[in-house]
Design a binder for this molecule. Sequence first.
Ligand SMILES: [Zn+2]
Length: 326
Amino acid sequence: MAKKRKMPKFLMIVWGINIIGLVGLGFFLWDKIPTRSQPEQDSLQATDSPTLVSAPSLAPTTYLLPTVTPNPRGTHIVVTTPTAFEYVPSTLQAPPPMVIGYSVMGRPLEVYKFGHGASERLIVAGIHGGYEWNTIALADELIEELYVHPELVPADVTLYILRALNPDGEARAHDRTGRVNENGVDLNHNFPYHWKEEWDREGCWNYLATTGGVGPASEPETTALINFISLHNFDALISYHSAALGIFAGGMPPFAPSDDLAQSIANKSPYAYPPVNTGCDYSGNLTDWASSVEGIPSVDIELSNHTDTDFGANLRILSVFLSWVR
Ligand SMILES: [Zn+2]
């Protein structure tokens, strides 16, 4: 009978090391199973860049688009705000003219407005374009003066200045060829009152061939001015010409308020009234139409030549014109 042998001490130590080693190996192999290798992924996250890790879990397009493509609303505000701020001071210094229509060639017909009174008055320049370009130059001088001295307009008056009724003729040439509009029409023969396509040239301007248009108010410049006048209630009107014939009172037959306005202006100016009678039989005139059809006291004023604006004289005339009462 074998005596129960006690295991030697060194064997117990060896087996103990073996068991610990096997258990350790077991844990080691358990960790190597891919589906359970959570520590492995943790180490990957720790060593790789955060963008690579987060990329699969986030939609790159939705994340990047707001940064790359500007917000439309944000863009709108950024663009319009500085424009609006720049616009305000410039309008305070020089309000833009109102455009009442366009010429045959598409040039704007610009009207400048001064004052806020109930009595409306109108000055028209450049009806004969480049041939009478100095009337447009005068209008520009008056506009500039009125910007600097708005007090020239009485409190009860609103003044409108149409600086060039025939901008196409003004752009064409500062000579006889600049008189008519782009259709070859003399605009001061195109208004719908005693209108004629052709007229007896005896005593009339006859340097080049012109017509009164294919019909009364056939031209866009004419209809634009007619519409503008119809929308207002003008108490007086000046149409500037050149040169040298004096002041013409509108109306056919003579219109007493136009005659009174012409005389009042003549009293304070170098221009003659009654004017030089050349024997011309006028037809389709702006001031005749305005006086006899619209009942607006109206005068034609001829500057003294084809180059000067007679600014001083016409500044005095402006004062008479704005304070004149029918
Ligand atoms: Zn003229």
